[in-house]
Design a protein. Sequence first.
Length: 152
Amino acid sequence: MDDDERGQYAREFGAVERPSRRGRQAVDALGYAVAVTLTVAAVVGVLSLALGAGLNGVKYGLFVVGILLFGVATLKLRPTAPYSDARNLLPTDSGEESGFQAAVQGAIPARYRLSPDERVSDALKLFLASVLVLAVSFVMERVFGVAVPGAS
């Protein structure tokens, strides 16, 4: 059965076709970024509340972790010069699925799941996660008004 016959069969019998590879990669990357953001927010939130810093501590903690993730992701995304023999101190992809990535894949609907070799790079997913962590910190300050006490 070729692709045209599959598509016709899917239309006739109401079967749902899988989204394109790029669409599944986008869902995978977004799911990873959301999972990293929720994990960081939970850890920072527990630490901040335990130390008595409250939501201000959460906001600053998210900002600091977001900047650190941004830096690591930027270094991982940087291409290696063709003439360089330097070892890559921050490997980009190991070709294996980590436990965290397996958990993210388990949370994604089955029709959007990808094998490890089909996914976008870990560096790009980490970059997206850093931007999302920074965005949450920004939204906490600008939208929800979590600011330094006494400042206007």
